[in-house]
Design a protein around this ligand. Structure first.
Ligand code: 13P
Length: 254
């Protein structure tokens, strides 16, 4: 039996309003306790408002991305240092949309993880294979490559002990095609086995989230799986009622 704490994270992507910030924080604060880590990732422009609204609640706030540099002449970028100063606790790194749409490579993602960690923030590292890669039997090679570049450094085990990993199969993101609980469990278990090569003890403690079309009606079955420690939710995290139901299902599961 594991003692890993559940985490439910909501990635708003480029969605949301100030009104939704208030409604979401109030709904979650009124209906959840600190039985699990609940983290919201709104766009940068709503971070300050959300951090303010979530003060005195157990809800944590994070950013969806950050610059690889900590400061300097990088127009349009936001650094991990700034996110830490404003009260963020987490940063999503390597989301598949950033890998696919903005050309983020495994190496750049690894550098961003290092930048995030240098600021005492927790990286939520996203990994995942495309449909073609899964069909070609390349899933674990792809996931291992995505992880290895981050972890094959002298401080690799320290990084592993401080980060959260989100397995998000690209074919399940925004498509309504959720991985079955069995397939997600099998992949999570293989990820944990790979991580054990760095440290068997830490591998057992790492929080492994599943992401990809998580909804209120599939959250319970997924979260009953032994290696699924919670969710990184996209679309359904924009609806307070639905996101709350997902949080409740995750807390109850396993
Ligand atoms: P959906 O839940 O909308 O499929 O998005 C998942 C995701 O990309 C979360 O980061």
């Amino acid at each position: 039996m594991t003692n890993r704490r559940k985490m439910i994270a909501g990635n708003w992507k480029m969605n949301g309003t100030h009104k939704l910030v208030a409604t979401m924080v109030n709904t979650l604060a009124e209906n959840t306790t600190d039985q699990a880590d609940i983290v919201l990732f709104p766009p940068y422009v709503y971070l300050s408002d959300m951090i303010h609204q979530a003060k005195n609640t157990s809800i944590a706030v994070g950013a969806q991305n950050c610059a690889v540099h900590l400061q300097g002449a990088y127009t349009g970028e936001v650094s991990a240092t700034m996110l830490e100063e404003m009260g963020c606790r987490y940063v999503i790194v390597g989301h598949s949309e950033r890998r696919a749409l903005y050309g983020e490579t495994n190496e750049l993602v690894a550098q961003k993880v290092a930048a995030v960690m240098s600021c005492q923030l927790t990286p939520v590292l996203c990994i995942g294979e495309t449909a073609a890669q899964r069909e070609a039997g390349e899933t674990m090679t792809v996931l291992q490559d995505q992880l290895a570049v981050v972890l094959n450094r002298s401080e690799g085990t320290t990084i592993l002990s401080k980060m959260v990993i989100a397995y998000e199969p690209v074919w399940a993101i925004g498509t309504g095609k959720t991985a079955t609980p069995e397939l997600a469990q099998e992949t999570h278990s293989q990820i944990r086995q790979f991580l054990a090569q760095y440290s068997p003890v830490i591998a057992e403690q790492v929080i492994l989230l599943y992401g990809g079309s998580v909804k209120a009606d599939n959250a319970a079955a997924l979260s009953s799986m032994p290696d699924i420690d919670g969710f990184l939710v996209g679309g359904a995290s924009l609806d307070p009622t639905q996101f709350l139901l997902i949080c409740q299902a995750a807390i109850k599961g396993r």
